[in-house]
Write a protein that binds this ligand. Sequence first.
Ligand code: GCV
Length: 659
Amino acid sequence: MGWEQAWLTYRKQNNRNWEPYFGSIYADGEGKVIKTASKELKRAAREILGREMKDSGQEEHAGIILKLVPDLGTGTEGFHIKERNGQIYVMSEGEPGLLYGSFSCIRRLQMEEEFQGFDKKEIPSNPLRMLNHWDNMDGSIERGYSGNSFFFKDQRILVNERTVEYARLAASVGINGVVINNVNVKGNATRLLDETYGKELKELADLLEAYGIRLFLSLNFAAPMELSGLSGADPLQEDVREWWKMTMARLYQRIPGLGGFLVKADSEGRPGPFTYGRTHADGANMLAEAVQPYGGVIIWRCFVYNCMQDWRDKKTDRARSGYDHFKPLDGAFRDNVVLQIKNGPMDFQVREPVSPLFGAMEHTNEMLEVQLAQEYTGQQRHVCYLIPMIKEVLEFRCGGLGRKRVRDVISGGGKGQRCCGMAAVANTGNDENWTGHDLAAANWYGFGRLSFQMDLSPEEIAKEWIVGTFGTDRKVMDTIKKILFMSWPAYEKYTSPLGIGWMVNPGHHYGPNVDGYEYDRWGTYHRADHLGIGIDRSEKGTGYALQYGEPYASIYGDMKACPDELLLFFHHVPYVHRLKSGKTVIQHIYDSHFEGAQEAKEMAACWESLKGKIPDFIFERVKKRFDHQKEHAEEWRDQINSYFFRKSMIEDEKHRIIY
Ligand code: GCV
């Protein structure tokens, strides 16, 4: 076929108890999504049970009934599955709910679970559950580590069988929105707004819609200048505002189901309202007004910072910028604007504190952005299961101890908001296995499942993903689970000590380079000298810690209270400073790098123990990545340890060889 089915790899099973249900299906309705649900159930029955499900004309004779029920209390995307007298009812107020319910039944087949007496109601935790693709129209992917784009090639939009398989996978985990193009909108991508790509976009939107997924686009704030030669893009200027209204009216006429737009403005060279002395609320609201008549949403990114800042000024701090720019604008955004906030204040490092913007804007819609593309976490050559990290972010009590969590804010916080949720920078591409590293698919799967159901634990998610992908063999399940749960902590240990981050090569951001941070022309990001290391973000330093509410401002701002794993993010300390663990900072650096590299070897050995238990081609493909990871982890260990040994001139207490 040329590609694989990831977690929808169906294996034959022989459970006689399931047979009565999977003989026939009754679908109550003619809509596109209900048809998809029925098609998916039939495919699963065929491939798992070897049965051709018949369409039943009558509800009472069908094994599975897909039924739209008004006022069920599920909303249009939630579902209620109920087994009754040998029939399975999948019910919802809307067609997408029936599709999610159907995939839930299929998961049950894959997990080899019984249906008798099954009764489950599920309502999605988040209104928006989105993937952001950073795909360019030439087919390349910014920070893509799994081949080229399957949305674009040679400046054209692709709509083919691969797109269908993508939509199946995305819908099966509950994704309901997809931004297909890079937030850095350049060249022809600006033309996605005009009629140039109208036909293909409509085709793609229709295809996705059949899977309950809405199409979104990234847009270029300077489009009025680039497409129509306007002299500027000032959001308060009448001709600019009119241009957007007219452009959106035409676009929505071509593609009525378009979800809306994602915008990166005034960041890393992208145009934005600052050029005209306007605020980000001015910029976002202008677009929001233009899409409002069509139910469109503007997703405005808070990743706004000046990469050319002069860091010699003690108060200048990139970590501060999101909050500094956006907090004063609380309440100024229209209802159909949502601010998309990266999980941490910097940029997807292996360890960052949670962004202080969460919960800080009571009167503004907020949405979480995480990065599955492993830009700073091993670029899908290293295994790094990110779901435990995302879960930690969701559970963070941004409102203060015992008070609201990030998950409460982004899910609408009980205020009935529809314009909020979770987005992930996708880790997919045209590689046969979708994600380059086979184990990286666990992040795609996990993100979708978690965004749909934030109560799920990373363990439950891992189990489902392993079974869907590799089957139910006990040893395979236990071993892969062990690898997944070792992976994030191990990566943190052999790369970035105590929350400092950024020790990667400039540009491509792969591999160790202690001084590699590209935006610090006046010194090193980590501020290490012969006495100590770390960035003072306390009140005496950049003051970033004060952006948090209590108790975090006090905890993070105080060297003694600050958790070890974030110490160097918040404080500059001597190498001999004692951590809560009792170790000195320098000894921690040595120990964790030795440990992490050792753990990379252990994970590789775990994988090798699976030889013969999973298909050879997958085994070999993953083994190659582990071979690289083992070596690369040693390179990280040696570079970091020797750098800090030479800087500090402090011996390793354990007298290991430091190169
Ligand atoms: C799409 C980081 C990445 C960029 C990315 C940017 C963003 O800086 O290195 O490639 O640009 O984040 O999130 O906009």
